[in-house]
Design a binder for this molecule. Structure first.
Ligand code: XIL
Length: 344
């Protein structure tokens, strides 16, 4: 049985797909996608800089194919993402006044969510609006519109443009108790104002060491207590050292200093058996928790189909060989795949 079959009564099993996966429908990668997954997210092709690069210019070519691919294969189709400070078109970053920002957001959401009305199952409406301590991130949207009101604006517009789509707030490190408070503030504020929000998306870029199962569980419970569903929207488990976890030296934002350092790339050819086992155990623990809370969880999406596709080969350090997913570079299932399936 495949992942999607095994978990069909629990939650959707998704994968992020890249431009080449959207275009090469007869590839090995797409065969695996169709066999194992019943939901897709566009890794980059609906982000503002891609889809709306200039004020009056939209680029729907890949996004159209993406939606058609999902429909053809009966998948739960995710739109990612309407509003994000990163991978934002430069022309938006130059907007200076609140009214222009509000009308720009309106034009963007109406055009994109409107184009796919009734065809996108879930929109990540706002992505990464919080700092690590739960305070609002001072993005260009926040600064120019003078507060978190841009979030309300975005959710209202999304509902209007596509009333049937599920609407999600998505962010990373949402297992942290301080950041959790920020999510609760955003969700409650929308609900108090009668604005629709259906879910919280926990990105889930995790490692072998953390976060703890307890922190993840506390977040699932906290978010679902507000009546919204929780999704794990970008799951991957890095097996490589993170520069910010290194001993000693204060490590700054620029990690080029580590590029090419063999210590930072311990598995350049293949993952050792002991690391395979550790990864399998970590995925097992995580999926055990997901199953325990299956009534609160809508979807579990991996950030990529196989290890070769993973952004973690180039983040936060370029040119490493990471092994964060359930399928290896030959599209073969890893131990972690079997440890997850064995739970069913
Ligand atoms: C990543 C993509 O995987 C990369 O290809 C791209 O270069 C940068 O963005 N949080 C998100 C995703 O919401 O959109 C990001 O995707 C990973 C972090």
């Amino acid at each position: 049985p495949s992942l999607k079959e095994s978990f069909k009564n629990d939650f959707f099993i998704g994968a992020a797909i890249s431009k080449s996966q959207i275009n090469q429908t007869d590839s090995l990668s797409n065969a695996l996608l169709k066999k194992e997954f019943n939901s897709i997210t566009p890794e980059n092709d609906m982000k503002w800089e891609q889809i709306h690069p200039e004020k009056d210019s939209f680029n729907f070519e890949t996004a159209d194919k993406y939606v058609a691919l999902g429909e053809k294969n009966n998948m739960h189709i995710v739109g990612h993402t309407l509003l994000w400070h990163s991978q934002l078109a430069p022309w938006v970053q130059n907007i200076q006044d609140s009214a222009t920002m509000a009308s720009t957001i309106k034009a963007h959401i109406n055009k994109i969510a409107g184009r796919y009305k009734g065809r996108i199952n879930t929109w990540d409406v706002v992505n990464e609006a919080l700092n690590e301590d739960g305070s609002p991130r001072e993005s260009v949207f926040y600064k120019v519109m003078g507060g978190e009101n841009y979030i309300e604006h975005a959710f209202m517009l999304a509902e209007n443009a596509d009333p049937d789509a599920k609407l999600v707030y998505n962010d990373y490190n949402l297992w942290k108790s301080e950041k959790r408070k920020g999510v609760l503030r955003i969700v409650k504020n929308l609900q108090d104002k009668g604005i629709k929000i259906d879910g919280v998306g926990m990105q889930a870029h995790w490692s072998l060491e953390g976060p703890s199962i307890e922190d993840i569980e506390n977040s699932i419970i906290a978010y679902s207590s507000l009546g919204v569903k929780v999704s794990f929207t970008e799951l991957d488990i890095t097996v490589l050292p993170n520069p910010w976890d290194l001993d000693g030296a204060a490590v700054e934002q620029s990690y080029e200093q580590f590029e090419g350092d063999p210590k930072m790339n311990p598995y350049p050819v293949k993952l050792t058996d002991s690391a395979q086992i550790q990864l399998a155990k970590r995925y097992e623990d995580i999926f055990k928790l997901f199953l325990k809370h299956r009534d609160k969880i809508e979807r579990v999406t991996f950030w990529g189909v196989n290890d070769e596709q993973s952004w973690l080969n180039n983040w936060p350090i370029n040119g490493r060989t990471n092994h964060p997913l359930l399928f290896d570079r030959n599209f073969e299932p890893k131990k972690a795949y079997f440890s997850v399936l064995a739970l069913k």
